[in-house]
Design a protein around this ligand. Structure first.
Ligand code: FHN
Length: 466
C-alpha cells in the first residue's frame, strides 16, 4: 500500500515536472494576446513633473523626450526628479479604467529613455525608491492590482537609450526641436561629436558596461520580482549590438510565456510581433506576422500639461475596429500626471470606448481579419465557431438606401441581427451578393455592428475584392 502511494506521488511529480518543462509554441504563447485585441499603454515617469515646460519654455515634441529636446543637464534633471511624489496614484483605479474600457492588458514604461526606473533597482539608484520623496516601488502595486482584476501586465523597457545612467545611448536631436536656445550652435556641435549626448556625465561608462551593469540586471529584476510578466516591450534600439541583444533576450527564459516585440535590435531579433506606431497599416503592408498598433490619444505619450489635442472617442473606436478587421491589436496610450492621475480627457475617452465595447466587444475579442478587406461603409471581423462562422459588420457610414451589399458571398445565412439589441435584420442572397436591409437610421452613429451567422467557413476574398 505504502509502495503504491509512493509510486503514485512520484508519477504525479514527474508529470508536473514534464508539464512545467514543456516549451510553449508561439501560437500557444500568443493565444491570449490574439484574443485580447485591445490593451493600454502607460507612459509614466518624472517627465510628468515638468509636463512639457522647462525654465518657462514650452519644449517641442513629445513629453517624455523633454530632457533630450530641452538639453537638460543630467544634474538638473535628477534634482527635479527628487520631488516626484505621486500621492494620488491608485493602481486599482487605473486597472479598473483599463478593464472598463474593454482592455485586456497593460504595458507600462518601467524605464523610459531618461533611464528613471519606476521600480526598486539594485543596479542603479536612479529609481523611484532611492531617488524620490515618494520612495515606493510603483510596479509592485500595479502588478498586484492587475492580478486582482484579471488584467495581464507587461513592461516597456528602454534597453539602449538611457540619458542618465552613464553609457546609455542617446538619439541626437537638434536644439531647435526643443526651444530657442542661445547656445544652440555649441550644443549641436557637441551632440554631433558625442553620439547625441549633451552632457559629459552621460559618457563616463561604455555602452557595453551600461548593458552589463544596468540593462541586464534591471531586466532580470523586472522578470523576477513582479510575478508573471505578460509582455516585454523593447524600444529604440539605438546603438544596440547583437551581443547586447543576446544577453537581454536570454533573460526572457525567466518568463517562458512572455511575448516580446520587434524593437530589441533589428533585424536579427524580430520578436513575436511588429509595432506600427501612430498608424494603422494598410492591408498591403501585412505579411501574416502578428502586429500591434500603438497610438497616443493626444500628441504625446508622456503627460504634457498643455496638450489637449485629443482624438475623439469615435475616431479611437473606429481605429480599434479597423485594426481588428486587419487582424491586429491596439495599444492605446495614457500619460498620467506627476500626481498619479489619468488626465480627465483620457478618463472620458476610456469611458466612452468602454460603453461601446460593453455592447459590441464580441465583434473585437478573439476575432480575425475580414475576409473581404475594407468596405467603404465600414469594416468586418470574423470568428469561427463550432457550427460555422460569425461575421461582424461594423457600419461607420450608414447607407442612404438602407442596404449593405457584400459581394463574393458564398455562404448560407443562419441568422442576422443588430449586435446591440438582438433585433433581427433582413438578409437576402442573390447569386454571390448578400444584401442586408438596415433600419432607417444608424442606432449607433459611431459604429453599429450587424452580426451575421453563416454556415461553414468563409474563405479569404481579398484578392477578388481589390
Ligand atoms: O521614443 C519613443 C517614444 O517616446 C515612445 O515611447 C514610443 C512608443 O512607441 N516609442 C519611441 C518612439 O518610437
Amino acid at each position: 500500500m505504502k509502495k503504491t502511494l509512493i509510486a503514485i506521488i512520484v508519477i504525479l511529480f514527474m508529470e508536473q515536472l514534464l508539464t512545467a518543462q514543456k516549451v510553449m509554441t508561439k501560437d500557444e504563447r500568443m493565444a491570449w494576446w490574439r484574443e485580447a485585441r485591445f490593451g493600454m499603454f502607460i507612459h509614466w515617469g518624472v517627465y510628468s513633473i515638468p509636463a512639457g515646460v522647462w525654465n518657462g519654455h514650452e519644449i517641442g515634441g513629445i513629453g517624455e523626450w523633454i530632457m533630450n529636446r530641452g538639453k537638460i543637464p543630467v544634474r538638473d534633471y535628477m534634482e527635479m526628479a527628487k520631488q516626484f511624489n505621486p500621492v494620488k496614484y491608485d493602481p486599482d483605479a487605473w486597472v479598473k479604467m483599463a478593464k472598463d474600457a474593454g482592455m485586456k492588458y497593460i504595458v507600462i514604461t518601467s524605464k523610459h529613455h531618461d533611464g528613471f526606473a519606476l521600480f526598486k533597482s539594485e543596479a542603479s539608484k536612479w529609481n523611484v525608491v532611492d531617488h524620490t520623496i515618494y520612495g515606493k516601488d510603483l510596479l509592485k502595486p500595479l502588478a498586484e492590482a492587475c492580478q486582482r482584476h484579471g488584467i495581464k501586465l507587461g513592461f516597456y523597457y528602454s534597453q539602449a537609450q538611457d540619458w542618465v545612467n552613464p553609457g546609455g545611448s542617446a538619439s541626437r536631436k537638434l536644439t531647435k526641436e526643443g526651444w530657442p536656445n542661445p547656445d544652440s550652435v555649441i550644443i549641436d556641435a557637441y551632440t554631433k561629436e558625442h553620439n547625441g549626448h549633451w552632457d559629459p556625465a552621460q559618457e563616463t561608462r561604455s555602452f557595453d558596461k551600461y548593458i552589463d551593469e544596468v540593462a541586464v540586471p534591471q531586466v532580470r529584476e523586472l522578470l523576477t520580482n513582479y510575478g508573471k510578466v505578460a509582455v516585454l516591450w523593447w524600444d529604440t534600439p539605438i546603438g544596440m549590438t547583437d551581443a547586447a541583444a543576446e544577453k537581454l533576450q536570454a533573460l526572457l527564459s525567466l518568463q517562458p510565456e512572455i511575448i516580446t516585440n520587434d524593437r530589441l535590435k533589428r533585424p536579427n531579433f524580430p520578436g513575436d510581433h511588429k509595432t506600427p506606431e501612430q498608424r494603422i497599416p494598410n492591408l498591403a503592408d501585412l505579411d501574416g506576422t502578428d502586429w500591434e498598433t500603438c497610438m497616443t490619444m493626444n500628441n504625446t505619450w508622456g503627460y504634457k500639461s498643455y496638450d489637449h489635442n485629443y482624438k475623439s472617442p469615435q475616431t479611437l473606436i473606429r481605429n480599434l475596429v479597423d485594426i481588428a478587421s486587419k487582424g491586429g491589436n491596439f495599444l492605446l496610450n495614457v500619460g498620467p500626471t506627476a500626481e498619479g492621475e489619468f488626465p480627465p480627457e483620457s478618463v472620458e475617452i476610456l469611458h466612452e470606448i468602454g460603453k461601446w465595447m460593453k455592447v459590441n466587444g464580441e465583434a473585437i475579442y478573439g476575432t480575425t481579419a475580414s475576409p473581404w478587406g475594407l468596405f467603404d461603409w465600414g469594416r468586418c471581423t470574423k470568428k469561427v465557431t463550432k457550427n460555422g462562422t460569425n461575421l461582424y459588420f461594423s457600419v461607420f457610414n450608414w447607407p442612404a438606401n438602407g442596404k449593405l451589399t457584400i459581394s463574393y458571398f458564398n455562404n448560407k445565412v443562419v441568422s442576422a441581427k443588430l449586435l446591440a439589441t438582438g433585433a433581427p435584420v433582413k438578409t437576402s442572397v442573390n447569386g454571390n451578393t448578400l444584401t442586408i436591409s438596415l433600419p432607417q437610421s444608424a442606432p449607433d452613429p459611431v459604429a453599429t455592428v450587424i452580426k451575421v451567422d453563416v454556415k461553414g467557413t468563409v474563405e479569404n476574398k481579398i484578392k477578388n475584392n481589390k
